[in-house]
Structures are given as C-alpha cells and as structure tokens.
Ligand binder design. Structure first.
Ligand SMILES: Nc1ncnc2c1ncn2[C@@H]1O[C@H](COP(=O)(O)OP(=O)(O)OP(=O)(O)O)[C@@H](O)[C@H]1O
Length: 208
C-alpha cells in the first residue's frame, strides 16, 4: 500500500471532525475523497502530510509515518486548497525553483505550455486569476518526480478545458508509476481521472 490509514480520529476546535476512518491506496491508483463541505477531506489530507496530528489512529505513507522532514517530501507532493507562493516571484521563477533541483529546462517549458501559462510566465501571483494560480501550483507539483500526489480539490477554479488537461496528466502520472489521493467535488472530473471514490459522510467513511 502507498497509503494506509487505520482508525483515524481527528479533533479540531474541540470537535471530532474525522471519526474512525480507515482506507488504503494501492500503487498506481487515483483515489478521490468525496463529501460535503466540512466533511473532513482536507483534514485527512493534512494528516497525511504530517502538518496536522491525529487524535488517534495510524497513518503510513510509503511505509512510514508522515513526517515534516525533507526526506519525506522527496517522494510526496502536496497541493493545498489555497494556492500560495512567494508574491515577488513570477510564474516562471517559481517553477524554475522546482526545475533547478528536480527537472530540466525542457521539462519546465513543456509544463508551462501544458498548463497554458506561456503568456503569463512573467506574471506575479496577484496579477493572475484564481484558476491561473491553481494551474501554477499543479504545474509545480507535476514538474518534479514524486511517488505520491496529495491534491486538495485540484479541479477548483479550473475551467472545463483545464480540468480535462489535469485529468489526462494525472492518468499519465499513474501510468508512470505514481499514485494520487485527492479531495474533490466535481464527479465528472473524478470520473475523467478514473478515480476510485471514497465518500465521507458525518465525518466517517461510508461503505465503499
Ligand atoms: N483550523 C480549524 N480549526 C477548527 N476547526 C476546523 C479548522 N479547519 C477545519 N475545521 C473544521 O473541521 C471540519 C472539517 O473541515 P475540512 O476542511 O477537513 O472539510 P472538507 O471536507 O475539506 O470541506 P470542503 O469541501 O469545504 O473543503 C469542519 O467542520 C471545519 O469547520
């Protein structure tokens, strides 16, 4: 298993917002966590990053508990629900930071084109639309090699054309040996990704 979650409980603000959730994600799968606003999807993803500690339960990612150390992040890429990068950097400069350590200049150019960012490559975050900002974050995550992508509502703010582009990229990522776990709302996008669906209701996993 790439991800193994057993008996996960998470308390936030004094409330149990994830209750006894258990699931696994096998190599090469795309798995989508579904559920209404506030169901607990982002909370589960944040626990998998190690940025949030569960109240109870066990999590293994690539065979180890999530940790905030650089070694963990070598194989795991995470795109949070709120896109963010240094406000002074342009699109190309931000992607170039990823490229310097992990990819070639050709990869960078191809990614900029694939995510429709060529004409906005010299723009800074505040001059982009929310969909364009999200495309930059997704491009950065896909530019570097990883074994697991954790994506929090990656389709959010994307138009239908870029949802289709992203779905194709995610399928290609899994065909190349990667695994994807995401929170999502758009069922058409989830189907286009070929994702297995896990639904959270009343903060617990419903029957698969
Ligand atoms: N920082 C926080 N402090 C206290 N409670 C929080 C915090 N963040 C989230 N919560 C609560 O935890 C619950 C789960 O939130 P979470 O963000 O995981 O839901 P979600 O399923 O991702 O929702 P959405 O579809 O709106 O993104 C909600 O009831 C929310 O109010």
């Amino acid at each position: 298993m790439i991800v193994a979650v057993r008996g996960l409980d998470v308390e936030r603000g004094g409330n149990l917002v994830v209750k006894d959730v258990s699931f696994g994600v096998a190599p090469g799968e795309v798995v989508a966590l579904l559920g209404v606003n506030g169901a607990g999807k982002s909370t589960i993803l944040r626990c998998l990053t190690g940025l949030l500690s569960p109240t109870a339960g066990e999590i293994e990612v690539l065979g180890k508990p999530p940790a905030a150390d650089p070694e963990y992040w070598r194989d795991v890429a995470y795109v949070a629900d709120e896109p963010s990068w240094y406000p002074g950097l342009t699109v190309r400069e931000h992607l170039d930071l990823v490229r310097i350590t992990h990819a070639s200049a050709a990869d960078l150019d191809a990614t900029v084109v694939a995510f429709g960012l060529a004409d906005r490559a010299d723009a800074t975050p505040l001059s982009l639309s929310s969909g364009q900002r999200r495309r930059v974050m997704l491009a950065a995550a896909l530019l570097r090699p990883s074994r697991l992508l954790l994506l929090d509502e990656p389709e959010q703010a994307l138009d239908s054309g870029f949802r289709a582009v992203l779905a194709r990229r995610l399928r290609a990522y899994t065909q190349g040996g990667g695994t994807v776990l995401m929170a999502a709302h758009d069922l058409e996008f989830v189907a286009a990704c070929g994702a297995r669906r896990l639904t959270i209701a009343d903060h617990a996993l419903t029957a698969e």
